[in-house]
Design a protein around this ligand. Structure first.
Ligand SMILES: C=C(O[C@@H]1C=C(C(=O)O)C=C[C@H]1O)C(=O)O
Length: 616
């Protein structure tokens, strides 16, 4: 019977040709990996736009001779070359980070068929990894699953060409221990999906994720359907497959998992509807220099006018391209912003190391969230000489700075910490007054007799003075008052790595006491834990329990670190005048603050005597 159909023999020929094309594509891909191996030996970049340009020019020419449209040929080959470049990048990536097993457990939002699932599928397929799927109900659960080791990777959408940034993911990135190790961009084609037995005219309700609703708002506003939000596109599709008179918005591929048919396609407001996803893992990765890389920074500048501009100028002066800048409020610090920057550079390149060094000097908080291969492969335009110089390649030699963040070697000049109008690490000695009295009472005394910061255990925030508080546990840290400006870690907690790590995630300055019997190195190592987490505002506090403040140690510390040093001068039974003299001596060797008690009543007014002697 079939032989009677005149289409059939032609279709058979097309099928046979398609089969050959597939084999040729596969063979081309193998050769592309061989090319990568050669590039590894020669240390040349993956992308070679000159070669692409020559190849495309020739192919377009040859295509024309065969009657093929030039646009058609260049579009086809862009897809082929894109695959080839991404494959080579993945190959290089695997070569220098060879720890991955054959199968990986990946956490994503929603169930099978969600956009995140499809992005995960594409990303790991390119890396020849078998996916063990772990669909989760929300972004928070994805971060937790990876953090706790239940999943190897998490895949998270960060932005969409129609609806913009996915704020929830940015907010979770503020407090994560995870690193960004990859990115991928998916073209999202939103379709109206209906179950087999459903009819378009009978639709009363349409299900979709809120982001999808936003991306298709133009189309939906004309339909008059009840619009219901779902936690994921997969949930939307599940509901549409079982509830009568409903439809879902999702991808054609996703719909096929749920037995849904495409009724209408291309519903998004913007013709080019793409989402960018990031891949997170517990360990950061190195990106080979052959591969164009992106580095993502999390940064809080000071609140002075122009602080962000200063930071961006550093990038400009170093010739670094910023591909993205997002800002999000800092949780617990009203009107303060955390910035996310994507920079088209390899973290290990000299330029990026220089940028980080300079940025650390002017930021209150800075952390590298990750350096990863850039997956955006822009098509090579024909005969465009400018493209021969691909700005996304930072081909400088790798330089790994091994000096610790606290060290003078890394940063010769003193660090400064600003609290309102007072500045630790500046010219003037700052006085922190500790008081158990009511905040208002202490404030009056400080304002009358001098002083800069109030150390109090009270949560009363009715003061215009910067306040400091002793923080002894993670629970206490989680519940601090947002007005609190300075965190004091006492000697007993100096080795509490977990507390130091959490404090390192804070956008607030930290005063770190030396642990009982701790060496200078152990003290500095504890400071390093905080700095490594991003918090650059660390000062060291030499307390009285060290018996007397050891000037030899202070002088040595000055040489080892740029961090401001604060002392609690003298023994408790030293007179106020002795303490003031010690404080002055310490200031002369570069100590930037003193911690004194406001409420000791050994003399009529010890604090007043201290302050008077200090400035005498
Ligand atoms: C395969 C190569 O690597 C890349 C991929 C190309 C391709 O697939 O044709 C061409 C140039 C490079 O950007 C190559 O350098 O030849």
């Amino acid at each position: 019977m079939q032989q009677d159909n005149p289409l059939e023999p032609i279709r058979q020929q097309i099928t046979a040709l398609d089969q050959q094309l597939l084999q040729l594509f596969a063979r081309r891909r193998e050769l592309s990996i061989e090319v990568a191996q050669t590039k590894a030996d020669a240390v040349s970049p993956v992308r070679d736009v000159d070669r692409e340009s020559a190849l495309l020019t020739r192919l377009v020419q040859q295509g024309r001779e065969l009657g093929l449209d030039g646009q058609y040929v260049s579009r086809l080959f862009h897809t082929i070359i894109e695959d080839s470049v991404l494959r080579q990048q993945a190959w290089f990536q695997e070569r220098i980070n060879p720890t991955h097993p054959e199968q990986v457990k990946v956490a994503y939002l929603g169930a099978k068929g969600s956009y995140s699932h499809i992005a995960a599928y594409h990303y790991f397929e390119r890396r020849d990894r078998k996916l063990v799927e772990m669909g989760l109900p929300n972004f928070d659960a994805i971060f937790t699953a990876v953090d706790e080791g239940q999943a190897d990777y998490g895949i998270l959408p960060v932005e969409n060409t129609s609806s913009g940034a996915i704020n929830e993911v940015f907010d979770l990135l503020q407090n994560t221990n995870l690193y960004i190790v990859g990115e991928t961009t998916e073209t999202i084609a939103h379709c109206l999906l209906l179950a087999d037995d459903a009819k378009r005219e009978q639709i009363t309700t349409v299900f979709a994720h809120p982001q999808v609703h936003a991306q298709c708002s133009g189309y939906l506003s004309k339909q008059g359907w009840d619009q219901q939000y779902c936690a994921s596109s997969a949930e939307a599709m599940t509901r549409a497959s079982s509830e009568p008179n409903t439809a879902a918005i999702g991808s054609a591929r996703g719909g096929s998992f749920y037995g849904l048919n495409v009724i209408e396609a291309n519903l998004a407001n913007q013709a080019r509807n793409e989402s960018r996803f990031i891949v997170v893992a517990r360990k950061s990765i190195s990106v080979p220099l052959q591969v164009p890389a992106k580095t993502t920074l999390l940064m809080a500048t000071s609140q002075q006018a122009g602080a962000l501009v200063d930071a961006l100028l550093i990038l400009k002066q170093l010739g670094l391209t910023m591909t993205k800048l997002e800002s999000r409020p800092i949780h617990g610090n009203p009107w303060e912003e955390m910035f996310y920057l994507d920079i088209a550079a390899n973290q290990e390149s000299q330029t990026m190391q220089d940028a980080l060094l300079q940025l650390r000097k002017i930021t209150r908080f800075i952390k590298v969230l990750g350096c990863y291969p850039s997956d955006t492969i822009l098509p090579t335009e024909l005969a465009a000489p400018a493209l021969a110089d691909d700005p996304r390649l930072t081909g400088t030699a790798a330089v790994q700075t091994s000096a610790p963040l606290y060290s003078r070697q890394l940063k010769p000049e003193n660090s400064q910490i600003n609290l309102n109008n007072c500045q630790f690490g500046g010219q003037q000695l700052q006085v922190i007054a500790a008081s158990n009295a009511a905040v208002t009472q202490a404030e009056v005394k400080i304002k009358e007799q001098g002083g800069h910061v109030l150390l109090t255990d009270s949560d009363d925030v009715a003061t215009t003075l910067p306040t400091a508080k002793v923080i002894s546990s993670e629970t206490q840290l989680a519940n601090i008052n947002s007005h609190l400006q300075l965190l004091l870690i006492e000697a007993a907690q100096m080795a509490n790595q977990q507390l130091l790590t959490q404090v390192g995630k804070q956008p607030r300055p930290v005063l770190l006491s030396r642990g009982y019997g701790a060496s200078l190195q152990q003290w500095l190592d504890a400071a390093e834990v905080i700095l490594q987490q991003g918090n650059q505002q660390v000062a060291l506090l030499a307390q009285r329990h060290q018996d007397i403040v050891d000037f030899h140690d202070l002088a040595e510390l000055q040489q080892l670190t740029h961090l401001p040093i604060v002392i609690e001068p003298g023994r408790a039974d030293d007179s106020a005048t002795t303490q003031a003299n010690l404080a002055k001596a310490a200031a002369s060797i570069g100590v930037s603050g003193v911690l004194v008690s406001l409420s000791e009543q050994r003399q009529p007014d010890d604090y007043a005597v201290f302050m008077k002697a200090l400035y005498a």
